[in-house]
Design a protein around this ligand. Structure first.
Ligand SMILES: C[S@@+](CC[C@H](N)C(=O)[O-])C[C@H]1O[C@@H](n2cnc3c(N)ncnc32)[C@H](O)[C@@H]1O
Length: 133
């Protein structure tokens, strides 16, 4: 299933996320609440066009954030946006299936996701205990 084609295009994701998270005060608060700290290596799963991935990177002065999404259309859009914003040194976007991630265990200090666990295949069987330790 290509999410960008059937449900939400990169443009739709960018516009809706921008207005959900419009307050500049809210963004650092969210990052603090989810445990983003300086110099972390963070994975953002199901990143779409990368709005949340960028939000995390923008709230760290050092560190690295990797966004993965199964939909190459979203990943291409995400790469173009960070290219224009000059954020390519600290953010990387990779097309990959979250159910078969191409990373060794313990590669990341923190894993984030925004509105992903409710859409991923098999999510109807997930419980909170499966995704939060
Ligand atoms: C509702 S969108 C959220 C995008 C982004 N996190 C945001 O909030 O703007 C859900 C995203 O999950 C991605 N997705 C669904 N199943 C996936 C999987 N198995 N692996 C990686 N990404 C997946 C879709 O392609 C889509 O971009």
């Amino acid at each position: 299933m290509q999410w960008s084609c059937f449900f939400q295009s990169p443009r739709y994701l960018e516009i809706t996320r921008k207005y959900h998270l419009v307050s500049p005060d809210l963004r650092p608060l969210i990052c603090s609440y989810i445990g983003v700290k300086e110099n972390m290596t963070v994975l953002d799963v199901g990143c779409g066009s990368g709005f949340f991935t960028r939000l995390v990177a923008e709230n760290m002065t050092a560190g690295r954030v990797v966004g993965v999404d199964i939909d190459a259309v979203h990943i291409d859009a995400a790469k173009k946006i960070i290219g224009a914003d000059g954020l390519t040194e600290r953010i990387e976007f990779i097309t990959a299936d979250a159910l078969a991630l191409p990373f060794a265990d313990d590669s990341f200090d923190l894993v984030t996701s925004q509105t992903f666990f409710n859409v991923v295949k098999g999510s109807e069987k997930l419980t909170v205990a499966d995704v939060v330790k």
